[in-house]
Design a protein around this ligand. Sequence first.
Ligand code: HMG
Ligand code: MG
Length: 300
Amino acid sequence: TLPPEITIYEVGARDGLQNEKAVVPAAVKAEFIRRLAAAGLATVETTSFVNPQWVPQLADASEVLELLGDEGLGPRRPVLVPNERGLDRALEAGVGAVAIFGSATESFARKNLNRSVDESIAMFAPVVERAQGAGLWVRAYVSMCFGDPWEGPVPVDQVVSVAERLMDLGCDQLSLGDTIGVATSGHVARLLDALHDRGIGVDRIGVHFHDTYGQALSNTLVALRRGVTVVDSSAGGLGGCPYAESATGNLATEDLVWAMAGAGVRTGVDLEALLGTSAWMAQHLGRPSPSAVVRALTPA
Ligand code: HMG
Ligand code: MG
């Protein structure tokens, strides 16, 4: 059985736009986020306070939040923060929620954070402590939960161990990242079981599937049947990671909303309004959405 209701954690403005070649103007980003919220997406990750040299696409994080005003603040508008410098910038912008992002593998920790796994956890520790001291909600991503482009399949125990270390810092939620979209349903079930056995229950877990192999929705359904109720997705299926070759877009929010509507699971999202938003964004990006649901429902 599926839960009666899920929370969609919309990542299009962050995961989506960080990987687009075109640099989208801050005003368009702010408008995108406003439209997503207006379509019923209550939780919208807005941007990243990372080193702007590493992700130039989101170098305008402060400006986007300034343009959003109160709409960019509060516990349901998280931003990515890797280190204390990022946290300082996020606090200055007035955010109410942050997300740190660790890696289950050494290779991706080096590529994405310029650190080993141990060093990156040491980098996150003061971020989480200070963020919680300031009353912020804190999410921890763990990337490469299923496979890694440099290391191949990632053992479940290795993921659980990094997840435990991140949650032991005191984070409120764990998001399981299938960064390159290689997860399959049995693997998802095994990882959720292993986390449960170590005391990290589905009430604290979100799932974050990229759709490289077209498995993101079936993987999500497996997680929902096991009691997960937080699902990451991106409007129109935008997304990827600039530091992981072969990472493609996230599960499209439209694919998720369509499937949930059919199953009678509440999302709070107005599919028509969301499709309009994705079509509008696709014009700015100059390329069509990869989502089959978007293509099927968008008039030519
Ligand atoms: P580094 O170069 O090792 O940093 O980068 P550093 O500490 O040596 O600092 C170097 C310079 O950068 C310093 O400036 C810092 O001030 C500056 P200088 O003193 O030389 O003038 N700097 C910063 N400036 C602004 N904001 C900051 C910041 N940090 C340092 N926050 C670092 C280390 C972690 C910062 C870098 O590797 C980085 O920014 N990485 C982020 C990469 C990224 O954003 N990747 C995509 C997001 S993760 C993802 O997409 C996966 C996910 O979707 C889940 C999934 O799918 O699995 C979440
Ligand atoms: Mg991602």
